[in-house]
Ligand binder design. Structure first.
Ligand code: CIR
Length: 259
């Protein structure tokens, strides 16, 4: 039986149109459509067996819906991040209050910078993107916090994308879905790789729940590549939050629960 999993989400902020943008031009975001797509995403999490706990909107914090960036949650503990984007740092406190119910907490301290979207966990191996949001000191602090639990943490270089998980995500125990234009696939050593379709550079971001993945409906060519490898795909419309440079993984924090 799959472990009990709580998916934390956060309501889309009314000021999402003031979000941080790094690689995209600003385009108008339809708040109602973003909220409707977010609700569909939560429905997909429920259908795949998660208990969804939606945290309240933070109306002054445009990017708060992307709560993946505020913490790294493992079975043994949660590490609160220190986002590289200063506008995002106030989001962390409210994630901390909730996570304190379920996990011991550690926290990245200055001058460390780390965003959860840069942290890819594959079993006991943890890859951390050295993006514009995460620095070497953030990687070092994460490594020190996790070393007692037997995780190995390594920093990886990225090209042209916001976070590591824009470039690569785990889609099965030993398999990553990745865009080879944005990351050198050699870093993944003996892991199986599925490459995104070249026409769909943003298609490497996915949320794995058990044997299935939530994946944006806009990427049918990559979906087919996943399905051919036996991975069950739950497509969701996610293009409105994509205008804020958010993918599907950044809209939840998953907590596996014992028993
Ligand atoms: C930002 O630039 O911080 C947000 N507009 C998007 C964050 C997306 N997060 C993620 O991919 N983990």
């Amino acid at each position: 039986m799959s472990p009990r999993t709580i998916a934390l989400t956060r309501a889309v902020s009314r000021c999402i149109d003031r979000c941080e943008l790094t690689h995209l031009e600003r385009a108008p975001i339809d708040l109602e459509r973003a909220r409707a797509q977010h609700a569909t995403y939560e429905e997909a999490l429920r259908d795949l067996g998660c208990e969804v706990l939606q945290l309240p909107e933070l109306p002054e914090l445009p990017d708060a819906v992307f709560l993946e960036d505020t913490a790294v949650v493992l079975p043994e503990l949660a590490v609160l991040t220190r986002p590289g984007a200063p506008s995002r740092r106030p989001e962390v406190e409210s994630t901390a209050e909730v996570l304190a119910n379920w996990r011991p907490l550690a926290a990245v301290q200055p001058p460390g910078r780390l965003e959860g979207g840069d942290v890819l966990v594959v079993g006991r191996r943890i890859y951390v993107g050295l993006s514009s949001r995460t620095n070497e000191d953030g990687v070092r602090q994460l490594s020190e916090a996790l070393q007692p639990y037997g995780y190995s943490v390594c920093g990886v270089e990225l090209a042209d994308c916001l976070h590591l998980k824009s470039a690569a995500c785990a889609v099965a125990d030993h398999t990553v879905l990745a865009n080879p234009e944005w990351i050198d696939l050699a870093v993944f050593g003996d892991l199986e790789r599925i490459e995104v379709a070249p026409e769909e550079p943003f298609a490497a971001n996915a949320v794995r729940i058990g044997d299935a993945v939530i994946h944006p409906a806009a990427f049918p060519l990559t979906r087919q590549r996943l399905q051919v490898q036996g991975i069950s795909v739950r497509p969701v419309e996610a293009d409105e939050l994509a205008k804020a440079e958010g993918g599907v993984s950044c809209c939840s924090l998953l907590l596996t629960m014992p028993g």
